[in-house]
Ligand binder design. Structure first.
Ligand code: ZN
Length: 61
């Protein structure tokens, strides 16, 4: 499955907004275990690649 391109500035906005903490389980991002910017509503379901449809999520999800 291909991941839609998310601009660096948008990734930074989302990660800063989340204070580098997973927005689902509140697990802080640590060295070697990075969170990623994720679509809340996936693109294939019509979700937009915009700040209000993006969240910061850890790899456990
Ligand atoms: Zn998490």
């Amino acid at each position: 499955m291909s991941h839609p391109y998310i601009k660096v500035e948008l990734r930074r906005l989302v990660s800063d907004r989340a204070a580098h903490i997973c927005e689902y389980c509140l697990y802080p991002e640590v060295e070697g275990l990075s969170c990623q910017v994720d679509h809340i509503i996936s693109v294939k379901h019509g979700g937009a690649t915009a700040a209000d449809n993006l969240c910061y999520a850890c790899i456990f999800l």
